[in-house]
Design a protein around this ligand. Structure first.
Ligand SMILES: [Zn+2]
Length: 271
């Protein structure tokens, strides 16, 4: 029996996708780094130098990170576009949406000296027009603000949903279900904002989940773009009952009758 696996022969993947680039990301990235996990951080380059801050209803201060702080912080993690100024996009014209996306992409690429391939929608509004703008700007995926509430991989990269946002009291249960899941290429992706960990007193809960995830040998920490690009490569593979042909430049992993093996880039395997 053939079963698809993640890189390095792992059954499952884990990712966090956090928005807005706020001061609490410093503590949050330290926590990810402590457990060798990977995050995707969705940033508004136009708000980085803003002195604007607000008080969350639970009392914590929410303030954007400056460029000086952001540039070194997210090393080893994915940075994605979240629009230039975090507008409600429901009444923006196509030209205005394109400007918000393109300008943010350009500025983030300059600041972080790498290609920015991902996009996460600000607030909750998403439409066919925004999707078309995301594609025109060359993004590989758009993460929307709905939850999938599932570990099953999705096939629409431009309506990509995190498993859950702000898990709160249900976090341990979800992680337990994820660990027990038999789903092929199971993914747990947690969305949110690091200031919620202050506001909801969730730091200990996140740390215990991170500790549990990092102790599991079957779970691979990945960024969102790593997951998307791996799936794109997997989707190009030709799989029959007796062979696998890898048509991509990425090594692909499978389990054949229970043992993991890699089909090298642009290579094939007959069994
Ligand atoms: Zn946001």
């Amino acid at each position: 029996m053939i079963r698809k696996l993640y890189p390095k022969g792992k059954e499952k993947a884990f990712n966090v996708t956090f928005d807005d680039g706020v001061l609490q990301d410093i503590r949050f990235v330290e926590l990810l780094n402590k457990y060798n996990l990977k995050g995707t951080f969705n940033l508004n380059s136009g708000l980085m130098e803003s002195e604007f801050e607000w008080t969350h209803k639970n009392g914590s201060i929410v303030k954007r990170l400056s460029k000086d702080k952001a540039a070194p912080l997210y090393q080893g993690h994915e940075v994605a576009c979240h629009t230039l100024t975090h507008p409600y996009m429901d009444d923006l014209s196509e030209a205005e949406i394109l400007y918000e996306l393109k300008t943010d992409k350009d500025k983030l690429e300059k600041l972080f000296k790498r290609e920015i391939k991902g996009f996460a929608v600000p607030f909750h509004y998403y439409s066919g027009l925004i999707e078309s703008c995301v594609k025109q700007c060359g993004f590989s995926y758009a993460r929307i603000s709905e939850e999938s509430r599932s570990f099953t991989l999705q096939n629409d990269f431009y309506k990509w949903k995190a498993t859950i946002f702000h898990p709160r009291n249900s976090f341990d249960d979800i992680v337990r279900q994820f660990i027990a899941s038999e789903e092929e290429l199971a993914l747990l992706q947690v969305g949110g904002h690091s200031y919620d960990l202050d506001a909801e007193d969730m730091w200990d809960s996140f740390e215990s989940v991170f500790k549990e995830i990092s102790s599991r040998n079957d779970i691979l920490p990945m960024t969102t773009i790593e997951i998307i690009e791996y799936l794109q490569a997997m989707n190009q593979a030709e799989i029959t009952g007796s062979s696998i042909k890898n048509n991509s430049d990425t090594g692909l992993w499978f389990s054949l009758d229970g043992s993991a093996c890699e089909v090298k880039p642009n290579d094939y395997m007959i069994f």
